[in-house]
Design a protein around this ligand. Structure first.
Ligand code: SF4
Length: 389
């Protein structure tokens, strides 16, 4: 069974005002201490994922490009040694910020075995970057992309955020043109969401953050889809666009019933069991993670002192989640035969009333092979998904 390993690296140089991730802005990063903890966790949890076929390793965060490349290499090597793979090239992704990527560092990450970079570009417009608290500009992004290509990274993804305060459709068009001109292989494009416990959340509560209204945000979503298709990208998932053959292997595991092991603080894991499955996640604070790791002998057996959350999942729950997640895959959708092979019956029979209503509302279209979100359904993907879980 295909699976991937996610490693959460929780450190950043500063916290962006919209960010709600488990991160810590610290002047000193304990590179080796965190490495030792992650390796120890890997050794303890690997037996839970025996007989899986490793297809991807993903360093996310936080800003994992702040981790010494030699530490990244050690973790990646230890993961490769712990699991079987089918011999095809593994996708090994590292998230990075464009302003922290000198050429010499890129070379070291290439030597560490990273073969895919995910650049946190977010925008190329100075005003919107300032709003988002990002210190780079379009020139820095261009240089990071050129240096990455020169260092041998032939698989580059970029993140873009739209519906930023005061953003217009014309601003978005310029961002998209600028991004396409950089010839990325993959784009992750998100609508800005304001989380309550962030500085943006506080500004919104006090009425000082003016976001584009829902109508404009929907127009922006459509504009992104239209322009990306014209530029040769497949809109394969609500927020994901790929050149042919460049879908994100790791993220696709999340949407297609794959399994993954999360390592580090605030990392989530999912595995299937003979009946149902289980999901678990580690403590959010890196200090708790390191302290607990230092004071325990062995982990990997529940109750596990590193875990903040452990949830057994029934087949019924997994079947609902499978529909929700597969519908996010805009061109693949819910494959009826595949679902039946996994859960024993046709999804349209199991969730007949949900699907009937969604079809009547024009949010989902079905044929004898699959169920897909309609363009209108894509705008309401979260609401559609909520009906299944
Ligand atoms: S760089 Fe990324 S992870 Fe770090 S604070 Fe900013 S948005 Fe959050």
């Amino acid at each position: 069974m295909s699976f991937g390993v996610y490693i959460h690296f929780p450190y950043c140089l500063a916290r962006c005002p919209y960010c709600d991730f488990a991160i810590h802005a610290r002047p000193r990063i304990p590179h080796r201490e965190y490495l030792a903890a992650v390796r120890k966790e890997l050794a303890a949890r690997a037996p839970l994922f025996e007989k899986r076929e490793l297809v991807s390793i993903y360093f996310g965060g936080g800003t994992p490009s702040l981790w010494e490349p030699e530490c990244v290499a050690e973790v990646a090597d230890a993961i490769r040694e712990s699991f079987a793979s089918d011999g095809k090239m593994l996708e090994v992704t590292l998230e990075a910020n464009p302003e922290q990527l000198p050429r010499e560092l890129l070379d070291r990450f290439r030597r560490a075995g990273i073969n895919r970079l995910s650049l946190g570009v977010q925008s190329l417009d100075k005003r919107h970057l300032a709003t988002l608290g990002r210190p780079h500009d379009a020139t820095i992004v261009k240089r990071a992309v050129e240096d990455s290509r020169a260092a041998g990274f032939d698989n580059l993804s970029m993140d873009l955020i739209f519906a930023v305060p005061a953003q217009t459709l014309a601003d978005l068009d310029r961002d998209l043109e600028g991004m396409f001109a950089l010839a990325p292989d993959h784009l992750s494009i998100y609508n800005l969401t304001v989380e309550e416990r962030t500085p943006f959340g506080a500004l919104e509560r006090s009425g000082r953050l003016k976001l584009p209204d829902a109508g404009l945000a929907a127009e922006m979503f459509d504009r992104v889809a239209e322009r990306a298709a014209a530029a040769g990208f497949e809109h394969y998932e609500i927020s994901s666009y790929a050149r042919p053959g460049r879908r994100a292997v790791h993220n696709s595991l999340y949407w297609t019933g794959g399994e993954w092991l999360g390592l580090g603080c605030s990392a989530h894991s999912f595995r299937r069991l003979p009946a149902g499955g289980e999901r678990f996640s580690t403590v959010r604070s890196v200090d708790d993670y390191l302290n607990r790791m230092g004071s325990i002998g062995s982990i990997g057996h529940f109750p596990d002192p590193l875990l903040a959350h452990h949830e057994p999942l029934s087949d019924e729950t997994l079947a609902g989640e499978a529909c929700w997640l597969a519908l996010r895959m805009l061109t693949d959708g819910v494959d009826r035969a595949r679902f039946a092979a996994r859960f024993g019956d046709d999804p349209l029979a199991r969730f007949s009333s949900h699907f009937r209503r969604l079809v009547d509302e024009g949010l989902v279209a079905v044929d004898d092979r699959r169920a897909l979100l309609t363009p209108r359904g894509a705008l309401f993907a979260d609401e559609v998904g909520a009906r299944f879980v």
